[in-house]
Design a protein around this ligand. Structure first.
Ligand code: SAM
Ligand code: SF4
Ligand code: SF4
Length: 386
């Protein structure tokens, strides 16, 4: 039932070179803004969550993210000098935390491919939120290197991990990662993460209709009662290379129905404002949430826009600040930080950029006909981070 896609020829426009300029008002003494943890954008959305992509490279070629025919041996990845250094990342992270960020997620590409990532984690884990708490510091990984690295990551100060896993059937999984990587190694990585105390562990499964929807129930059965939260993600139209079609999206409502028919579910309240996943708990015989059985989540980025309280900013591998996962351009913070700005200027730049934010791509997409884009080419998920 696994579908192999015919090679697609997708014209690739490199969005990485163009960028937006920080408003000049950020640097003028009259309009400079300080950090008070309270900045909001044009829709009154706070800034709470920062996702940092630490590499644009990956050892998988998931066809929904880095299709082989585009990300081949000739693909021009960023040179090392283009990447933000750990010191630059930490300096920027400190500014975002001063503006109210409480959660930092390291992503990519495959973040565990970035050399000595533990050193970055050590630096970030020393930061404190405005009320003196440690950050919620996490990382999303394909799990391939987790068995080897889990203990070192924990020792460096990482709190938890999210592991991407699109099915339990080995043939389905090998075909989706498209590098013939065995599912058993990812499961071993998840086990190593659990043993190292990198919990609560979340697992992300991208559901692609016609490819892996038959893996939904086996995944639900496997991770029920384990304390691991399995989340089903609607296949999204990120980037410009994955040949996205609406008919390959399985709406989250269908995923919930499918699981509920075998393993009854009850809807749970969101655990925090701006949370991307809708939470569903396994029900006991009385129809109440059975906490020992746990919960699943669904992320309905396509069928149910959740832009209204989106508090996420994204820092790309080369230091561009994106205000939306679907943005086509980012603000070049690397240029700024390499120009030796004062902390005051850097802080003001981020404040001005966030205050000007209007992004709400998912809402706009919902209002459009299926399979239409918004006319601008978007950056790749592997560059901006998930
Ligand atoms: N390589 C790491 C991994 O796979 O977990 C981190 C980066 S990956 C870009 C982050 C997340 O984005 C993964 O959970 C992946 O499944 C998800 N993702 C990538 N492309 C997607 C798409 N087109 N639709 C939905 N989710 C996608
Ligand atoms: Fe790599 Fe993650 Fe993209 Fe898969 S989803 S190709 S593992 S970056
Ligand atoms: Fe946030 Fe953009 Fe996603 Fe809307 S589409 S929830 S603004 S990242």
């Amino acid at each position: 039932m696994t579908e192999r896609h015919p090679p697609r020829v997708v014209p690739l426009v490199d969005q990485r070179s163009s960028s937006l300029t920080t408003p000049a008002a950020a640097f003028s003494p009259e309009t400079r803004l300080a950090a008070n943890g309270l900045i909001t954008d044009k829709r009154q959305r706070a800034l709470r969550d920062l996702r940092i992509s630490v590499t644009d490279r990956c050892n998988f070629r998931c066809n929904y993210c880095m299709p082989k025919e585009i990300f081949d041996k000739d693909y021009a990845y960023l040179p090392h000098s283009a990447l933000l250094s750990f010191e630059e990342i930490t300096r920027m992270a400190r500014v975002f935390v001063a503006h109210g960020v409480q959660k930092i997620r390291l992503t990519g590409g495959e973040p565990l491919l970035r050399k000595n990532i533990e050193a970055l984690i050590e630096q970030l884990s020393a930061l404190r939120t405005l009320d003196g708490q440690p950050l919620d510091l996490t990382l999303t990984t394909n799990g391939s290197l987790l068995a080897r690295k889990a203990r070192a990551l924990k020792a460096a100060g990482l709190q938890r991990v999210t592991v991407s896993l699109d099915g339990l059937d080995d043939a389905v999984f090998r075909s989706m990662n498209d590098v013939d990587f065995p599912v058993s190694d990812v499961l071993a990585g998840i086990e190593a993460a659990r043993e190292a105390g990198l919990g609560p562990i979340k697992i992300n499964m991208v559901v692609k209709r016609g490819t892996n929807e038959h893996e939904i129930l086996p995944m639900a059965r496997r991770f029920k009662d384990t304390g691991i939260v399995l989340r089903f993600i609607e296949y999204m139209d990120v980037g410009a290379t994955n040949g996205w079609r609406m008919n390959e999206v399985m709406p989250s409502a269908e995923v919930v129905q499918l699981i509920h028919a075998e393993l009854p579910l009850v809807q749970l309240d969101p655990s925090s404002p701006g949370e991307t996943a809708e939470r569903w708990g396994y029900a006991n015989a009385a129809g109440q949430h059975d906490k020992t059985a746990g919960e699943v989540g669904v992320i309905s980025s396509v069928t149910q826009a959740f832009c209204g309280d989106c508090n996420r900013a994204r820092l790309s591998t080369e230091g561009k600040l994106f205000l939306c996962l679907f943005a086509s351009q980012g603000y070049d913070l690397r240029a700024l930080v390499r120009n030796n700005p004062s902390d005051v200027d850097l802080t003001s730049a981020v404040a001005h950029i966030w205050q000007g934010r209007t992004d709400s791509y998912s809402e706009l997409r919902s209002a459009m006909a299926p399979d239409t884009g918004l006319g601008q080419r978007r950056v790749e998920m592997s560059y901006i981070g998930g």
